[in-house]
Design a protein around this ligand. Structure first.
Ligand code: HEC
Length: 179
């Protein structure tokens, strides 16, 4: 299994590219990450971590749309993980093997900044691994404070996205060419 996954990781990124997909995808992921974290940090700074939980819940789609601007028609995008908070972010079939390969790994263990996976219909998916930073621990770590935990439980009763350690793989941000 391990060998298969590593082969997959290697093969998936090794063909030549002849258009702007990778360039667009890199731009989009960094914009998405920046505006997501900026909005979350602003809210946490102003009103505290617990108040930022529903804020993130309500605004994440809007933020993503705003960041993607005119690319919205070309691509679909989202976040996914092996340990989910919101089941709307459940992995699509193409993400399963990569999630398995990255689950539990630390930053730097798998030397890939991103993965490009080709679907059977020829369309591609760009996946960038996200690793846990100190500020993520406030809502995804091992010692989430009880008022934050309560708020999360209220909105996401099936939450599995806690207990993460610093620098651990958290999930992918992904961009997919529309069919
Ligand atoms: C204020 C609390 C808070 C902080 C801080 C936070 N998150 Fe989250 N995170 C959430 C909530 C709430 C969701 C569910 C969002 C939704 O409904 O789509 C979520 C969802 C996610 C998801 C989507 C997969 C899933 O489980 O549904 C990823 C990936 C993620 N967070 C990564 C991070 C990373 C990486 C950081 C740090 C850079 C971070 N988060 C910081 C609250 C937080």
């Amino acid at each position: 299994m391990k060998y298969l996954v590593l082969t997959l990781l290697f093969y998936s990124s090794s063909y030549a590219v002849d258009d702007n997909f990778i360039k667009d995808a890199k731009e989009l992921t960094s914009e998405l990450k920046m505006s997501l974290m900026k909005n979350l940090s602003d809210k946490m700074g102003k009103d505290g971590v617990a108040a930022a939980v529903p804020f993130c819940h309500a605004n994440v789609k809007l933020i993503a749309k705003k960041a993607a601007k005119n690319k919205v028609e070309l691509y679909e995008f989202g976040r996914t993980s092996h340990k989910l908070r919101n089941s709307n972010n459940s992995p699509q079939p193409w993400a399963h093997d990569y999630l398995k390969a990255f689950a539990g790994r630390k930053r730097g263990e798998i030397k890939k900044d991103y993965i490009v996976h080709k679907l059977e219909n020829g369309k591609r998916v760009f996946m960038e691994p996200l690793y846990v930073e100190a500020k993520c621990l406030l809502c995804h770590g091992e010692n989430v404070s009880s008022n934050v935990k309560d708020k999360i439980q209220e909105l996401y009763p099936d939450d599995k996205a806690f207990g993460f350690k610093l620098d651990e793989f958290r999930g992918f941000i992904w961009i997919k060419e529309k069919t």
